[in-house]
Design a protein around this ligand. Structure first.
Ligand SMILES: Nc1ncnc2c1ncn2[C@@H]1O[C@H](COP(=O)(O)OP(=O)(O)OP(=O)(O)O)[C@@H](O)[C@H]1O
Length: 418
């Protein structure tokens, strides 16, 4: 029997003009890793909200880990939710609590003993790579670190199901890779993961099950799927701009683009062009550490080689290795000028609005004028999300996105109280 099952489920919001979910049937087995993809408004968040029992289905049957959600009384809902981990795009950390306290709090509310908390918290912080940050407050962490705390909190009592709504939506590609490594590791422990995302790079690299929604209906369910958001781009103008920019990107980096580059997409002439290692290399003994090494050394020339050798080694971490390869191929490790024009409209753009970027830039210019400093010099003092560029040859001009995001996060846009 499936761990999660939705049968003929429809959700119509009181003020909805059409069903947010329209007669969907979906079964997810224990241990699965499922990407929910689809254009904005297609129903991804609604589906997760139904599974978390934040919303109730208008029609149909939902069963999660043996619970018939229609029969759950309001009193039972909090206990049910505690059996499910949930990770939000905007972290929802408690700002007045340290990393340790944020994670411990999740255990305290379910009545875990102090001694068990003392054992579990360090373990989960190690799992997500946050050992040493126990005493930091959320505002003293980068966006990626804050998301790791959120994942630690969701995972600390080892739920059988982890739901994630755009967990990398506010993060740059390199940081997103780290988050996906953590989620992949958690999935390997047997936890079922359902993750809503707009992020093509992640979906196409990981090759997990992909369920695609369109106008509240499931239009695709593939075991080792991919995602092409351009298929449902409603705006021809945006699509053509994206296409132009991506042609430039592919040419500049030597990596096949997304969007309209059909030759690199499923069903295109060369299905796997995007993922195939350029050269065959010998495998490595410890792929996880090697991918991590590649991640941490994103601007080193050998990072791509490491990722490629992992691709060739075929030893179980291929999804993460493909993602590392993609990130370190030069297209997404730092936001390139060429990619910038599409990132505000396409997958990487969520949370990096043009308005945010413009406002930040204005603020910096005013500050620089007041203090007689150079804007770009002051920008480099911002907390960097991506690793620094090597001194030689000169890196391309640092685009605003990653820095702005980091700064925006430190300006207090995140970390809401839950
Ligand atoms: N509380 C609500 N009341 C009325 N309509 C809603 C409500 N929440 C969502 N909707 C509508 O339901 C549909 C599905 O929304 P949903 O948030 O599930 O989409 P999504 O795929 O998660 O979008 P995004 O990628 O932008 O987060 C949309 O048409 C949306 O406007």
């Amino acid at each position: 029997m499936s761990l999660i099952s939705l049968d003929d489920v429809t959700k119509i919001y009181p003020k909805g003009t059409r069903p947010a979910l329209d007669d969907i049937t979906l079964h997810i087995d224990r241990g699965d890793f499922v990407f929910l993809v689809g254009a904005s408004g297609s129903g991804k968040t609604t589906l997760l909200s139904l599974l978390l029992r934040e919303e109730e289905a208008t029609d149909g049957e939902i069963r999660v880990a043996g619970n018939d959600l229609r029969r759950l009384t309001n009193r039972q809902v909090p206990q049910y939710r505690r059996s499910i981990g949930f990770v939000f795009q905007d972290y929802k950390l408690l700002n007045n609590k340290t990393v340790w306290q944020n994670v411990a709090f999740a255990l305290e509310v379910i009545g875990t003993s102090r001694s068990t908390i003392k054992t579990l918290v360090p373990k989960v912080l190690q799992t997500v790579g946050l050992s040493g940050k126990e005493k930091n407050y959320p505002h003293e962490l980068s966006g990626g670190e804050q998301q790791r705390v959120a994942i630690a909190r969701a995972y600390v009592n080892h739920p059988q199901i982890l739901l994630a709504d755009e967990p990398t939506g506010n993060l740059d590609p390199t940081t997103s890779l780290g988050i996906m490594e953590v989620l992949d590791a958690i999935n390997r422990t047997g936890t079922t993961i359902v993750m809503a995302t707009h992020n093509e790079e992640i979906v196409n690299s990981m090759r997990k099950r992909v369920v695609e929604l369109h106008n509240g209906k499931i239009v695709r369910d593939e075991q080792h799927g991919s995602y092409d958001s351009a298929l449902y781009f409603p705006d021809r103008d945006v699509e053509s701009k994206a296409s132009t920019a991506l042609v430039g990107t592919a040419g500049a980096s030597g990596v096949a683009g997304t969007g309209n580059d059909r030759s690199a997409l499923p069903g295109g002439d060369d299905r796997n062009a995007k993922y195939r290692p350029a050269t065959s290399a010998t495998g490595t003994a410890d792929s996880t550490n090697s991918v991590r090494a590649a991640t941490q050394a994103s601007d080193q020339p050998q990072a791509r080689d490491i990722a490629q050798s992992l691709l060739a080694s075929q030893n179980g971490d291929e999804g993460i290795a493909r993602l590392a390869h993609s990130v370190h191929s030069g297209r997404t490790g730092r936001y390139g000028e060429v990619f910038q024009s599409v990132e505000t409209t396409m997958t990487w753009g969520k949370g990096l609005s043009a308005e945010d970027i413009a406002a930040k830039r204005e603020h910096e210019e005013a500050y620089a004028k007041q203090h007689g400093t150079n804007v770009d010099a002051s920008r480099t003092q911002d907390k960097q999300v991506a690793p620094p560029a090597p001194p030689s040859p000169p890196a391309p001009p640092a685009p605003p996105a990653a820095d702005d995001k980091a700064s925006a996060q430190h300006d207090g846009k995140d970390g809401q109280q839950s």
